[in-house]
Design a protein around this ligand. Structure first.
Ligand code: ADP
Ligand code: TYD
Length: 209
């Protein structure tokens, strides 16, 4: 699938402010007259939203890490076929709240070293990376308290607690170093407005270059 649009993903630990910032960036780019599709993972298409309920609700031990890799990748494939791919082919800007880097971290690192499995399956079934990945970096204690204050049923991963979030933060920063061409790291520990301005500035720079 060759894309003519622009594919932007947001990554970071739970509660880092990704969804807030993805929405604000979409508003900002729409005001510039760009055609923007704001979407999320797991989810973003009808079938993938059904898989979302399976993977995010219930007991933390409900699925093995291997089964989760299959479920998240199945959801991503449907999302790609039905939402992301067509939008990029039509020249739109796609802003996605989490993408494959989340699987590389949550399933690839948190319960043993399964990164190669994530990458192999990604190559086989997905095959594309975002043009730009915005990593909202933030202190896990702050992120967790923000995330838990939301009180949703989707807490399988948030139940893992602060240790996992610490590992995730370090892992995401390492991913940013592994893929420096597409990652921008933004400090999420400021006001919503300050973070939004930093995101806009980083994206604007990439849109120009
Ligand atoms: P994520 O998608 O990364 O889990 P959200 O955007 O849903 O994060 O934000 C988690 C919670 O923190 C929400 O209640 C949101 O309103 C709040 N929040 C987001 N960004 C900030 C910020 N910069 N400062 C304070 N609170 C924030
Ligand atoms: P999300 O709705 O972005 O939660 P939050 O707003 O709290 O960050 O994602 C839900 C959870 O799904 C989150 O804890 C991370 C997890 N997740 C994975 O474990 N693997 C994946 O591939 C994706 C996309 C998400």
């Amino acid at each position: 699938m060759t894309a003519s649009g622009l594919f932007i993903s947001f990554e970071g630990i739970d509660g880092s402010g990704k969804s807030t910032q993805a929405r604000l960036l979409a508003d900002h780019l729409r005001k510039q007259g760009r055609d923007v599709v704001l979407t999320r993972e797991p989810g973003g298409s009808e079938g993938a939203e059904e898989i979302r309920a399976l993977v995010l609700q219930g007991d933390p031990d409900r699925w093995s890490a291997e089964t989760e890799i299959l479920l998240f990748t199945a959801a991503r494939r449907d999302h790609l076929e039905r939402t992301i791919g067509p939008a990029l082919a039509a020249g739109k800007v796609v802003i996605c709240d989490r993408f494959a880097d989340s699987t590389r971290m949550y399933q690839g690192v948190s319960r043993g070293d399964l990164r190669h499995v994530v990458d192999d399956l990604h190559r086989l079934m997905i095959g594309i990376e975002p043009d730009i990945t915005v990593l909202i970096d933030m202190d896990p204690a702050q992120g967790l308290s923000r995330a838990l204050s939301r009180q949703t049923a989707e807490e399988r991963f948030e139940d893992f607690g602060e240790d996992l979030q610490q590992a995730m933060r370090a892992g995401f920063l390492a991913l940013a170093q592994e893929f420096p061409d597409r990652f921008v790291v933004i400090d999420g520990g400021h006001s919503v407005e300050t973070v939004a301005q930093a995101v806009q500035a980083a994206i604007q720079e990439r849109l120009v270059s």
